[in-house]
Ligand binder design. Structure first.
Ligand SMILES: *[C@@H]1O[C@H](CO)[C@@H](O)[C@H](O)[C@H]1NC(C)=O
Ligand SMILES: *[C@@H]1O[C@H](CO)[C@@H](O)[C@H](O)[C@H]1NC(C)=O
Length: 286
């Protein structure tokens, strides 16, 4: 039999336990406060990426406004999930942290797609490039993949747990949608050989820099040859990121973040065990 006071204690303990495992945020609720991301939000829920995002404590979501999702909407749910998971960085990047990245450098970020275990080669990573003009652009870290997606603005930030940034175009890693043909490699073999080491010495600077702001009109990610933009055209090619200056740094941060979250988990489970033991002895006393 459980006495009323023990029952109350049980309730309190249950609330505490739930509290200790509750997520720091709810991406579904967070995004719902910002008009223009309804479709993206809906996709995160339907692909069950929302739960995965909520289970993290340090994360950045590259949000796509409703009118930027046309390409993705045509894809199968599996491909949608893969692509959207590439828009979830397993680290915290708000505007302050982004602006600390040195101008003209490239930073590699690990995404949720990498943790899905199905990513090949560098498919699970994206590049963050801080251009010399101060703007930011994102792209798949696969060799030769274009930097397609420009940072539009910061949508929401809860330091240092979750940051939501708005970007201009979907980032689709080569091979993700099963339709990619590497323009740099004639007759590519099916299934890229596992070469997880990063791209060797700089390949000829292929058009890594897409005509900068060519996105205003159509949804089509096809980088048009910026013919229509006479004045804003001279997006200089020397903007191309200096080789990986920031990369080691990023790796180090990743490790630190992992260690931190491990420590937090340890504390939480320690508290849980303590509570359970306390409860058990309480109940045994009756
Ligand atoms: C944010 O994340 C840290 C761990 O990185 C965690 O200790 C903290 O509780 C989180 N903030 C909230 C509001 O949950
Ligand atoms: C987040 O909010 C949505 C909508 O209210 C809800 O369905 C979902 O269960 C919540 N998730 C978490 C982890 O609290």
């Amino acid at each position: 039999m459980i006495s009323p006071s023990a029952g109350r204690l049980l309730l309190v303990a249950a609330v505490l336990l739930l509290g200790s495992t509750a997520s720091a945020f709810n991406i579904t609720i967070l995004l719902s406060r910002y008009p223009g991301f309804e479709q993206f939000n809906d996709l995160l829920s339907r692909t069950h990426l929302a739960e995965q995002i909520n289970s993290r404590r340090t994360i950045t979501v590259l949000g796509l406004p409703n009118d930027r999702l046309a390409t993705i909407m045509q894809m199968t749910p599996d491909v949608q999930k893969s692509i959207l998971s590439l828009h979830v960085i397993l680290d915290y990047y708000d505007m302050i942290k982004l602006n600390k990245l040195a101008l003209g450098t490239k930073t590699i970020a690990t995404t949720l797609y990498q943790s899905s275990g199905v990513a090949n080669d560098q498919q699970g990573f994206i590049n963050i490039v801080h251009r010399r003009d101060g703007t930011f652009v994102f792209g798949s870290a696969m060799t030769g993949a274009p930097l397609v997606s420009t940072l539009v603005n910061s949508v929401a930030a809860q330091p240092f747990n979750i940051s939501v940034l708005s970007v201009s175009q979907p980032i689709i890693a080569p091979g993700m949608d099963g339709s990619w043909v590497d323009p740099a490699m004639p007759a590519p073999p099916k299934a890229p050989a596992p070469a997880p080491k990063k791209a060797a010495a700089a390949p000829p600077p292929v058009a890594e820099e897409p005509a900068a702001d060519d996105e205003p009109a159509a949804d089509a990610p096809a980088p048009s040859p910026s013919s229509g933009a006479p004045s804003s055209a001279p997006a200089p090619a020397e903007d191309a990121p200096a080789a990986d200056e920031v990369q080691d740094d990023a790796g180090a941060e990743q490790v630190t973040a992992k260690k931190k979250s491990g420590a937090v988990k340890g504390v939480v489970s320690g508290v849980t065990v303590g509570l359970v033991i306390g409860l058990a002895s309480l109940l045994a006393g009756h």
